[in-house]
Structure formats: structure tokens, C-alpha cells
Design a protein around this ligand. Sequence first.
Ligand code: GLN
Length: 448
Amino acid sequence: TEQALQEAQRLEHLGALISRRDDEARADASEVAARVARGEHLPLAGVPVVIKDNLNLQGTHTTCGSRALGGYVSPYTATAVQRLRAAGAVIIGKANMDEFAMGSSTESGAFGRARNPWDPARVPGGSSGGSAVAVASGMVPLSLGSDTGGSVRQPAAFTGVYGFKPTYGRVSRYGLVAYASSLDQVGPFARHAEDLATVMDVIAGHDPRDGTSLQAPPAFTSALGLELRGKRFAFIRESLEGNTAGVMATLERTRALLEGAGATVAEVSLPTLKYGIAAYYLIATPEASSNLARYDGMVYSHRNPDVPEMVQSMSVSRGEAFGAEVKRRILMGTYALSSGYYDAYYSKAMRVRRLIAQEFAGAFEQFDALITPTSPFPAFRRGERSQDPLAMYAADVDTVPVNLAGVPAISVPMGTEQVEGVDLPIGMQFIAAPLADEQLVGLAYALE
Ligand code: GLN
């Protein structure tokens, strides 16, 4: 814990954390030591951990990277976080993120931008960029993020670590501040696949407090012995275009490694994936617009004290509280749900969502896992996409279909690409059938 706190201090320029809890972490560490001394077996005894600042931890500020929640103190703890602590992990701080998890670069939050440790002039990806940086920089071995359309996998790829998006429902969302509830999943970052397995065994499993939680007890560490021989993989054809040369070379390297280990690598077409981004933004933004309606300054969130009239107060306070991207999404979502447009947009997007899930299901009758790049390119420069929302959205082309289908996927660091004299990490995404989470982590372990 001391070492992690020192590193957090030393690495402050990377902008990984929004808040730290040095004294509380020290107290927690002593308590864990006492539990161990009493003979308790704790799988994460004394492991320093960082959690994204949209996960509630009682008594800490939970900002979601937004001025809206600037002074908010969590009255309760998220299930995933509570399970981490029960297993002996010590939470040292809350990680930086895009405002309300909307973004792909950790540049939109109200508390400063995060930097990529491989090249501080570049972004670490997002929206869980702070959690990725905390692990990639060596500050902590494990962190938690959330993944609605790629927010764990893409920053993992940009920073050269493992990032895992479980099957929808395997990790409780209780205490995770909602962005788009039908897509959100809590997911871990780690530098080793084995650590992912350990943390998944701790945080996954049924939770009666989340109505979408699945009855599927985790068995990650026991699945680490997975054999690659005889496994059937396929590249998704639609993801093979528009990638940088380094990403293409890494795909080929991945194929060679798998074939060398006795697996087969074919190609499969999922034609509806090309509508993934469009469908995602027509589903995520309506959900966001209703989830964010609660931040009106009446019960909680920022309220301008100088506006006495209620409706005007909500309007002024929300105008001050939210950044441009959040406002854009509330507007898009409200528009897509409005009468007369619902059938043209939201309900059509839901049909695309169903088709994408069906195409995945068909592919998993033939293949054990599908492969795409996690991102078509390595980490981009700070500011490069932040003025162009569509360019930012395009960064998620390979990750959002996974959330639409609810299936599990992992980003595995598989190569590097030299850009302007710096080696930047490249991640490959492996996607599996619902509830095949354990196989994905086992696969990453076999490739390590
Ligand atoms: N970049 C995507 C978005 O902005 C995904 C974000 C996420 O997974 N939280 O919606």
C-alpha cells in the first residue's frame, strides 16, 4: 500500500486518479493484515487497487468525472467494490474517466485529462483511461473500470495491458453509476491474465441487488489450464479493413501464434456489424438521457443557489454541471426517443441489435472465439479527436457490437507499432459466446 501511494504521488502528472484516500488506505491495509494474522484466507490480501470514479465506495467522492457530482459523497458501496475489499484488496484511489463514461480518450472529464504512459503526448483511451494508466504505469497491479461500448478494452489496448468485458450480468452493476444500463458492465484491468482470473473470481457472481445479475458462479482460476490445440478461431472479416499497418501485422502475428499452438484460424463475415456504431449511439444515448435526468440539483448533483424558481433552477444547474459531450448525448437520446422518431431510430436500432446478437450466435456454433483488433489504430494524440465527435465515436467500431450482443470479450496486448519514434501497444480482441468468460481469460493466459 505504501509503495502504491508513493507511486501515485510520483506519477501524478499522468492524471490517472481523481482522488486518493491515503489515510483510509493505510487503515484498510492494517485491518487486512489483522485479518490475515487471524488466519483468514484472502485471495487479494493487501493488493492495492484503483477503481473508476463511477463506482461507489461509501464515504468517498464519486464524481463520474463531472462537475454535476463534484461534492457528492457515496452513502453506500458498489457490490464489485465491496467484494474486492472483502477479499483483502486495498482501494487507494478513484480513477480518472471521461465525463459519465462517455468518450474514448479520457479527455472529457471535469478534473483534467489523463496521459498515456508510453507517450504522454497521447491519450490512454477511454472512458476508463485512469484505471488503465494506473495499471500500465505500475502504480497498482489491478483496477476496475466500466465498459459500455469498449471503455475497458480500448484503454487496455492503448496502454498495453489486459482488459476484460464480462458477459452482461456476470458482474453486479449495483453501485455503478448508470450510463446505458442495458450495455454497462464492470470489468477489470491487469498486467497478467492470471491476475484477471483472480479478480474475476472475486467480483463475479450473482447479486440480488442487480435485477440483471446472472446465476453463474465464477470459475476463472480453475480454467487457466486451457489448451489452444484444436480450438477454432476466426477473424471477423468486417474488422479487417481500415486498420493501421501495425494493427494488420499484429493480426498476422496472432494468427501465427494460434496456428503454431495447434489451433485453426478461419475468417467469418458478420455483415450487420457495420451498423454497430449507429445502433449503439441510438441505444446508448436514449438510455443515458433517462439515466441522467436525475441530476437536476433537486435531490443531488450541482444546484445553482441563485435561481429560486424550480424549473429554471434545473435548467441553469444542468447547463452549468454537464460538459459538451454529455449535453450532446442527452440531446441525441431525447431526440431519438421523441414521439414520431421512436420507430425510425430507437426501435430500428433495437432490431439491428437483435440481428448482431443472432450473427454472433451463429458464428459461435462454428468457432470457439472470434478475433478483431481492439482498435483500428494505436493511441492517438491528445486533442486529435476531441473536437470531432464522429471521429471519436469511430474509435469504437470493433468494441461496441460486443456490448450490443451482451457477449464477453477481452483485449490482449499482442504487439506494438512504431509511431513517430515511439513504440505504441496494440491489443487484439477475443470475443466468445455468452458465459464463456472463463475460456477467454484462459485463452489470454495460454497466449501470455
Ligand atoms: N466510447 C464509447 C462511448 O462514448 C464507449 C464508452 C464506454 O464504454 N463507457 O459511449
